[in-house]
Design a protein around this ligand. Structure first.
Ligand SMILES: CC(C)(COP(=O)(O)OP(=O)(O)OC[C@H]1O[C@@H](n2cnc3c(N)ncnc32)[C@H](O)[C@@H]1OP(=O)(O)O)[C@@H](O)C(=O)NCCC(=O)NCCS
Length: 192
């Protein structure tokens, strides 16, 4: 699926099986094809862009808005996109906080790749991004997402009724977070 003719940007974090790189406009075809393949996995929790037009505006925000940092999760074996972890709503000053949005693509789900990626994202957030806190707001029925953040060392801070508008209605969310003082999630041996 990756276009061999398009030079790849360098990875900014690497684990044993996945590496992270920024979003590019040139990723539209691969990303949207994977999103369309993954609708059954993502619904009703997540609605990533699955058309070129939707991808263009989604990627523009992640590329240009300093309040966001998008990580494409790539398999080191072959470089294909396995999923994404975006740090959104970055607030600086005395908060130094970002809110996570993430999804695996179906062909790559359930193999531990997102757990490895989230550990890299937490390290990147508390290192180069200079954040102090990452939040994940998750619907109570989303067992896979709750398991992912629990495994990564996030703690449950609370429960907010009607917190976010998802799939046509205001949905209750559990609020999970990790701060820089907490133990980092387990990471594989760094490659470099
Ligand atoms: C939430 C989501 C990103 C999790 O992705 P995932 O691919 O299932 O994550 P992982 O593969 O890292 O972890 C899943 C399981 O694989 C296991 N696993 C399999 N092989 C593994 C390996 N080699 N190493 C480590 N873990 C492995 C993990 O232990 C975990 O099992 P468990 O939950 O029973 O403990 C994915 O389910 C998804 O995209 N859901 C829809 C979108 C969504 O809900 N987004 C978040 C909205 S809040």
């Amino acid at each position: 699926m990756p276009d061999a003719a398009t030079p790849r940007p360098p990875y900014h974090a690497e684990g044993p099986r996945v590496a992270l790189r920024p979003f590019r406009y040139a990723d539209a075809a691969e990303f949207t094809a994977r999103a369309r393949e993954s609708a059954d996995l993502h619904r009703p929790w997540l609605f990533p862009p699955d058309t070129p037009a939707a991808y263009a505006s989604y990627a523009r925000a992640l590329i240009e808005d300093p309040a966001r940092f998008g990580h494409l999760v790539c398999e080191r074996d072959g470089g294909g996109i396995a999923g994404f972890v975006n740090v959104n709503n970055i607030v600086r000053g005395s908060f130094q906080c970002g809110a996570l949005g993430y999804g695996a693509f179906a062909h790559a789900a359930g193999r531990g790749l997102m757990s490895e990626a989230l550990a890299l994202v937490v390290r990147h957030a508390f290192g180069p991004l200079a954040l102090h806190r990452l939040e994940a707001n998750i619907q109570p029925g989303n067992g896979a997402s709750l398991a992912l953040v629990r495994r990564a060392g996030f703690r449950r801070e609370g429960y907010s009724p009607a917190m976010l508008h998802v799939d046509g209605a205001w949905r209750d969310h559990e609020r999970w977070a990790i701060t820089a003082e907490m133990p980092l999630p387990p990471a594989g041996d760094p490659v470099r």
